[in-house]
Design a protein around this ligand. Sequence first.
Ligand code: GDP
Length: 530
Amino acid sequence: MTSPNPALVRDVEERRTFAIISHPDAGKTTLTEKLLLFGGAIQMAGAVKGRKASRHATSDWMEVEKQRGISVTSSVMQFHYRDHVINLLDTPGHEDFSEDTYRVLTAVDAAVMVIDAAKGVEAQTIKLLEVCRMRKTPIITFINKFDREVRDPLDLLGEIENVLKLQCVPITWPIGMGKTFRGVFSLLKNHLVRFTAGEDRLTEDRELIEGLDNPELDELYPMEMPYVRESIELVQGATDPFDLRKFLAGEQSPVFFGSGVNNFGVEDVLNALVDWAPRPQPRDAGVRMVDPFEDHFSGFVFKIQANMDPRHRDRIAFFRVCSGRYQPGMKVLHVREDREMKIPNALTFMAQDRVIMTDAVAGDIIGIYNHGQLHIGDTLTQGEKLQFTGIPNFAPELFRAARSKDPFKAKQLQKGLQELGEEGAIQVFTGEFGNILLGAVGQLQFEIVAQRLADEYKVDALYESTDVSTARWLSFPDDKTKREFEAEQNARLATDVNGNEVYLATSIYNLETTMKHWPQVQFHTTREMN
Ligand code: GDP
């Protein structure tokens, strides 16, 4: 490689790309809003309030979402903080959309984990952390809602360590909680930041008291201080000091306490992102690793989203830049289709607004208008045949057979499902069995797909139950085994939207029997989407 371009190096070094992971209701949306406030992406506190009040109206683009008051879509927000460009990738909170979240996590370099201090580690947090662990993603932990009656911080740290198997290093420590929440003591800077309630502040006006042994603390908080000192001594005795290398390897997590809704402790998280989280990292592109400082542009699609704006019937492919620099109108190689394509006006996203992107480097996410030519997992380069790896597809657990109510609209149904399948909204299987088979991880996916078929493709879909209970992707040691297996199991085989062969089992027992009969054949529960 020739020596890297200094301007590109500088721009890449400034990037931080992360997602927030949490169980629903832990405070992800609130934290997002406060982070944007610091980044200046939302100029006035009033705008935040307005956004909150109309949150579901603005971010939810579908009727189903409005009815249920949940956010199905993920979006991307870019803002500036301390001379850095921060890309925050939002993830859907509802567990029915966990597949979407897993894919978003392949496009980040770090994650912020939000824990509700009253509830501790919850189910969705466990699942999401597993995905982060697979990729060794560095995690910053924010323990939220200390303005409420919550659990003892020692107890919470113990639970994170035991359940998530993640070494915790508290960087701040809470004093009191609920009505007597006094603030957080910075173990790094050796001062107390006093808590003041209020969500409208634009900056954290910090009132500081230096030193843990400062008698001023005892005067102010005679009830709390003895226990606080004891806890800090205990926790410092029991935990290793913060080690940047361990954090970057995904083995250790710095922990911050606070109250998102009061904008308290949020800036600590943002500073940790800037100071400790990694700049865009090299990525595995199959044939070789791609360095973010390489001059040639490359990246991959990790998400496709339809109808972000109901006035435009468009789909947007979310693309993570992995190297080089995006410039408007540039021509790239669409590796899967082996043809040149032009990236017209790519978009970036400032909170809810779309902005035309004029410049993007590794770590940035661009939105590319898409009429079906881009699939999840697709790689674009400046000529080299690379294929970025690691975007997972999970074996669905719920199945329905779909058919059109109006038999003359079977073609529309097929087209609609093919496109929705490519988008990753649902998994679509076709085979000898006639009706199109749909597979989902969450029940809600079926409802969303029915709604979208009606709205976007003008076809009413009927769902019927099937005898399929689980699916596995197949791989064969040789063609002969493949042909023999196909001849015997023809009725139980299907292909997914990308043409991969899938075995459809009626039960786990059925699956196990077939696996025993065919030890040479591999049955996969996940598949990379490319
Ligand atoms: P999400 O589902 O993770 O996005 O959670 P939200 O940000 O929507 O928060 C869920 C609820 O918890 C909302 O009612 C918030 O107002 C509330 N909440 C968030 N942060 C705090 C906090 O620090 N303290 C208190 N008391 N409530 C909070």
